[in-house]
Write a protein that binds this ligand. Structure first.
Ligand code: CO8
Length: 259
């Protein structure tokens, strides 16, 4: 497995845990980390069925994009930096496997945007979310204006982005930003348990389901429904569909081979 300077990778039972590790800056994302993330996502082992993303240490998930790297940028360089992060986050969003953010602490700015690009967000009771960019003279630049509105609704997104107010895990749960909140020591246990539950299912079906939910969201109703019908039909081209339904009918446990 490739060695990274800022990423720790653990693989267990087809679940990969990716820990972003730059403790001196509370795991803030600089261009080296973004490059490593891009490389990792592009070359991911095909046997991995679910990915958990978390931050190193007890204090922070990701405390944003690296402010010291951004401070001297001009407009063109700023756009390039924002686009580089947005491209990596879009890769996460469209990865053919589910991605769970295990938010263990600060998820601010680019850190909140990273969590938003994941499919499911679990938080520790210590987590704090926010988009403080306007206090720094910028706006969210890793697709936060797009995804926060999509996930939490436009009114909530506008309030949080215009004020830069950070919210605690209980409020994040209330506004639908996270699926669940756990005590800090339980967070990774619960993230792993959720991932294992997912990987027991037919991998192609899970992949198609993710693709449907992502693609259909922005489509008109008739196109969305037609898209789902096509993907539903494609499931019947897989051996796993026969395996799953035969197992049910013969009262056995299903085993899927990703075929
Ligand atoms: N960038 C660089 N360094 C950081 C960052 C960051 N985002 N966050 C923390 N650090 C560093 C601190 O500078 C400090 O370094 P040092 O020890 O050398 O002084 C170290 O991490 C520890 O931080 P603190 O001493 O500040 O720790 P506290 O516990 O007092 O505070 C906070 C923790 C509240 C998280 C605080 O560090 C903070 O407010 N950090 C900045 C959070 C922030 O504003 N994030 C948003 C950044 S902007 C962004 O993410 C935009 C994304 C889109 C980019 C588009 C590009 C164009």
């Amino acid at each position: 497995m490739t060695d990274y300077n800022f990423l720790k990778i653990d693989l267990a039972e087809q679940v990969c845990t990716l820990t972003i590790s730059a403790p001196k800056s509370l795991n803030a994302l600089n261009s080296n980390i973004l490059k490593e993330l891009d490389d990792f996502l592009s070359g991911m082992d095909k046997n991995i069925r679910a990915l958990i993303i978390t931050g190193d240490g007890e204090k922070s998930f990701v405390a944003g994009a690296d402010i010291s790297e951004m401070q001297p940028l001009n407009a063109e360089e700023g756009e390039r930096f924002g686009a580089a992060g947005a491209k990596v986050f879009r890769k996460i969003e469209t990865l053919p496997i589910p991605v769970i953010a295990a938010v263990n602490g600060f998820a601010l700015g680019g850190g909140c945007e990273l969590a938003l690009a994941c499919d499911i967000r679990l938080a520790s009771s210590r987590a704090k979310f926010g988009q403080p960019e306007v206090g720094l003279g910028i706006i969210p630049g890793f697709s936060g204006t797009y995804r926060l509105a999509k996930i939490a609704g436009m009114g909530v997104a506008k309030e949080l982005i215009f004020t830069g107010r950070a919210i605690k895990a209980d409020e994040a749960l209330r506004i639908g930003l996270v699926n669940a909140v756990y005590e800090p020591e339980q967070l990774m246990v619960e993230a792993m348990s959720l991932a294992k539950r997912i990987v027991k299912n037919a991998p192609i079906a899970v992949r198609y389901a993710k693709e449907c939910i992502n693609e259909e969201y922005d489509l008109p109703a008739d196109e969305a429904i037609a898209f789902e019908s096509r993907m539903f039909g494609k499931c019947f081209d897989t051996k796993d569909q026969k395996a799953g339904m035969t197992a049910f009918l013969t009262k056995q446990e299903a085993h899927f081979n990703n075929e």
